[in-house]
Design a protein around this ligand. Structure first.
Ligand SMILES: *Cc1c(COP(=O)(O)O)cnc(C)c1O
Length: 389
């Protein structure tokens, strides 16, 4: 008999009851060191007092009003995002997938208003933009699209980080190039800064828009507020979600005034998107994470973590191949199935997340302590010990 919850997930047999910072505590009281953070969502850990206070204060005032009205909490969060990024304007969603949907619509409507026929958005193998019909068509992975056709047309997948393939494909039929500066689900694969700069230049030459998906790599995860800042370039459109809500469902599309110019009243909408409750929490997250002192700490901890992980890889050369990633968006490229490590991690009371390309993801809360980093590496070391042939 089918379970009452649609069985679309492979769930571990653990249920969590509460959390404290980097620790998730199961219903049986077992404390797990959480290096998954709800897949890069709980950027400030579990039950962060500042976020709890922001949520409770707003919950006692007003939760939801509809975008039929002015929403001061939404404007305040938009102000923070615009002040801290390339963007001139923001639309709020409830998830990364919805942000991807709007990004695609914004691109299409932009060219429609310009009167140019640009039917193609270029995307990349290994990409992940969500699970809606549009987002699976964009990423084009066999696993995600199987059985869900006919697929939405208008996307063409290119090999990842292959500048020759991109220069050959881009042209006056290209509406946009859409990519994650660091692929998350694809296996923590950062695009070199020089290549992101070249993609920006190729887009400019072809007149195409550059859309960045920073749903996973954004919000301080890489040690900059947004990953593309390392390359010194700016996109035209950017999707964010995951970290921005710190665990409350919230996403957004950020855009320049030019890229957003076709999105006039009535062209898009959302019932919940940008509700006061989500935006109050999002603003609390932004105030903490966008602080340069906080980001400097992320970088310092990332250096410490990475150094210890390099030693871990060296000590278990039969299990691990290399460390990859940037900031606290780290991956261990494995020589064994990463799911075996995830399972061995459960037994050592540490939570990790598998990804494609045989990679184990380590996405701790950004405020994880030095001691917790050391403890995480000890637990990973024991998990690897338990897997030696
Ligand atoms: C998680 C993710 C999404 C989808 O976000 P949801 O909130 O699950 O809809 C899109 N893009 C990237 C890069 C992601 O990591």
């Amino acid at each position: 008999m089918i379970s009452h919850v649609l069985p679309t997930y492979n769930r571990a047999d653990i249920a969590f009851d509460r959390g404290e910072g980097a620790w998730a505590i199961a219903t049986d009281g077992t404390r797990y060191l959480d290096l998954g953070a709800g897949i890069a969502v709980n950027v400030l850990g579990h039950a962060n007092p500042d976020l709890v206070a922001a949520l409770i204060a707003q919950a006692g005032r007003i939760w939801h009003v509809s975008n039929l009205y002015q929403i001061p909490e939404q404007e305040a969060l938009a102000d923070l995002l615009v002040q801290n990024t390339f963007a001139d304007t923001v639309f709020f969603t409830n998830s990364g997938t919805e942000a991807a949907e709007l990004a695609i619509k914004m691109v299409r409507r932009y060219w429609y208003e310009k009167g140019e026929d640009r039917p193609e958005i270029l995307t990349f193998e290994g990409a992940f933009h969500g699970r809606s019909t549009g987002a699976i068509a964009a990423a084009g992975s066999d696993k995600m699209v199987k059985g869900f056709g006919p697929l939405m047309p208008g996307f063409r997948q290119l090999p990842w980080d292959d500048m020759d393939a991109l220069s050959a494909a881009i042209g006056d039929r290209t509406a946009a190039v859409m990519l994650e500066p660091v692929q998350g689900e694809g296996g923590i694969r950062p695009l070199p800064d020089a290549d992101l700069r070249e993609i920006r230049a190729l887009c400019d030459r072809a007149g195409a828009l550059l859309v960045l998906d920073e749903v996973q790599c954004g919000m301080g995860r890489t040690g900059r507020l947004f990953a593309h800042e390392y390359a010194g370039i700016a996109p035209d459109i950017m999707m964010i979600a995951k970290g921005i809500g710190g665990g409350f469902p919230l996403g957004a599309v950020l855009a320049t005034e030019n890229a957003a110019s076709a999105m006039v009243a009535g062209s898009h909408g959302s019932t919940y998107g940008g509700n006061p409750l989500a935006c109050a929490v999002g603003a609390a997250v932004m105030r903490i994470v966008a602080d340069p002192a906080f980001l400097a700490e992320v970088n310092r901890k990332a250096g410490l973590f990475r150094q210890k992980l390099e030693a871990l890889v060296a000590a278990h050369a039969d299990i691990f191949e290399s460390v990859r990633g940037q900031g606290l968006m780290l991956g261990l490229k494995c020589r064994i199935a990463p799911t075996d490590l995830v399972k061995a991690g459960y037994a050592r009371r540490i939570l990790t997340v598998p990804a494609a390309d045989n990679t184990l993801r380590l996405l701790p809360p950004l405020n994880i302590t030095d001691d917790e980093i050391a403890e995480a590496v000890t637990r990973l070391d024991h998990a690897a010990d338990s897997l030696h042939a």
